[in-house]
Design a protein around this ligand. Sequence first.
Ligand code: GLV
Ligand code: MN
Ligand code: MN
Length: 418
Amino acid sequence: MNHQISTSRIQQDMELFEQFTSTPGQGITRLPFTVDVRGCVTKLTERMKSAGLAVYEDAAGNLVGRKAGVYPDAPALIIGSHIDSVKSGGNFDGMAGIIVGLEVVRMLRDAGITLNHPIEVMATHDEEGMRFGTGFFGTKAMMGEVDEEYLHRYKDADGVSIYDAMICYGLDPHRIKEAARDYEREIAAFFEVHIEQGPVLENTNTQLGLVDCIVGMQRYMITVTGRPDHAGTTPMDMRVDAMDCASQVIAQVSKLAVEASSDSTVATVGFAKVEPCAMNIVPQEVTFSLDVRSKKQQDIDDIVAKVREELTRICGEKGATFTVDEKLNTAPAHLDEKLLKQLYQSCEKLGFSHRRMCSGAGHDALQTAPKIDTVMVFVPSKEGRSHCPVEWTEYSDLANAAMVLADTLITNYSKGGQ
Ligand code: GLV
Ligand code: MN
Ligand code: MN
């Protein structure tokens, strides 16, 4: 390649977007449909335009920057990742993949290369599910899987629905179906570059991960309801303690994952809320989350079934009741072998060490893979840390991913290529 991917341009952009957080100094908190995402989208629109892209925001709040190809009606090649974050997360999760996409487009422009296909850089909205407990909102909407009923069904901790949050953000929820793409005609491939968020690449001294599968995921919000009573005067056999019931179920969750058949199986209770949450009142209500993931669908189904069984048994014994609200249910995905081969060949050609790996984290690619040719490239995460403020990836590692992606696009999707 005559023209170069620029590590310093990548660094400048990564540092530029660090300002869009509601928790400055305490990591990135950029929850969907907030002023923080809006600020980020506005700045990213500028950066996309100055890279020569035509920019639009779709009906779900995904931002798309597009450049025509030699054949304008050919299906697009998309490089995408998410613009939102978890609470007090890092600056690289999601944003790194968007900036790498932008740098690839700048490099192609500088080199005077027009791909045969249109190319799109896509910043997806609400991948993390941090606010509404769901996840992959932007890509689900793009795949036509979100309707108005969905927008009303899911609410944040303050009772605000996605529907109402969209209105506050300046989107028209009635138009949500317009975000759906005719993907068979319009999209040729989806590429996502992402930080690994785990320790494997660093520990094995490997520069790039070629991701061949992504775990399936199920997410639930479970509420156990007992009865509020005086903590001092109510005898132990006369109380209906929601915490007693919930904690007995929660205590089994890790054990169920450890005993599952696949070592990719994990289960987490990351959120819990007690009502009325006072030292001297028997808890009336405990709400907790359940997030179960595995390469093996059967393991996920078995753990969820066992948790339901235990809830029925324990609550039944104590006279409590419970509800289980499903937030997400996505099968494991296998990524595209043809694209994996193209990336493998680029790694070999450019001399980058690489390994195939499965992702334990969820990604937008999980949603696109069943219907669009999809692949992911991982870059090393320092000490494997992610979803926390210390999350770090060397900018030069992001540049390596950009070089490989650019080479794959030029070799396989331009006239001067194969
Ligand atoms: C998103 O990062 C997830 O894996 O939960
Ligand atoms: Mn994340
Ligand atoms: Mn992510």
